[in-house]
Ligand binder design. Sequence first.
Ligand SMILES: [Zn+2]
Ligand SMILES: [Zn+2]
Length: 358
Amino acid sequence: MKEAVTLEPGRIELRNTEPPPRPESGQALLEIAAVGLCGSDLELFKGTDPYSHFPVRQGHEYSARIIGLGPDYDGPLVVGDLVAVEPLLPCRHCIACRRGHPNCCVNLRVTGGQIDGAFVDQFIMPVTNLYAANDLTPAEAAFVEPVSIGLQMVSRSGVQAGDQAVVFGAGPIGQSVILAARERGARILAVDRLYQRLAIATELGAERTVDDSSDDVAGTIKEWTDGDGPVVVFEATGAPGVMRTALEVVAHSGTVVVAGTPTQEVSIPPFLIVYKELNVLGSRNNAGAFRGAVEIVRKNRALVRRLITHTFPLERVQEAIEFAIANPHVAEKVMIAVSEEARVAGAVAAEGVGRGGS
Ligand SMILES: [Zn+2]
Ligand SMILES: [Zn+2]
């Protein structure tokens, strides 16, 4: 059995590992199918993720085939099912877990983050982390996790049909926010500095886009909202200065949802939070959004396929990460095909759209 382990910043080693033990009660043995690369994977690889520790096996956006189920399982899943895997393992007893927020568990372990992840042939997970996705391809099912992040942000925001919302950052998380907010009927203006990403935002249903590197962002937002400002602003860039802009442009009584994670301290005007009576909310992982995320992917398969721009086999995962870091203007979601099934599907998809890393 193969696994790819990040030994230190900039170095991933492919090595042999023992197969996992038999699944215990409540667990499933998985054959990993496809694994998406996330911005946080690139940061971890570079050594710039504040939570990184080495060595670690990365991979937290993944799909799998069930190849074994623990004894006494009587739920709806069966061996052979393709599943989207929720990567979070909360402790279930801390203050956040007791209050129904396992996504920000004090002792949270994320497979592919705090503990080993999916860059491996086989893996054991609790069955409660598995969501059947037999009608999706392995890569589409692996896309459920990033969509769950966007759906969590949208749920936090309370955005409603007809509301005008601004999304700062049209990368993978911003794209998921647009998909989830469009499902609710919100009107979207997207801000980014890569024109390719603005073009994608338009395809996903953004009604207006603003190029942060050249346009007057605040002026355009003001004009688009007839001077009111958007009732919701989503911060999905992690760029330190955006937090201030978000507070400045958001409508009085509006909501700012923050999911970008700059590690630098930033200066913001707290006066605006009081004066406009703003809701300023963090959003992390997802709490109960996974099933809804499967539905969003299911309803938007063509768009999701459009966002999966490259596929590499597991043996070339380091090359894939280096490629994604060096080519943010062309690499949207880069997939790692682990199983033979995902490789074949990835190669077919790459041929179908005339591109792909392998
Ligand atoms: Zn991620
Ligand atoms: Zn907990």
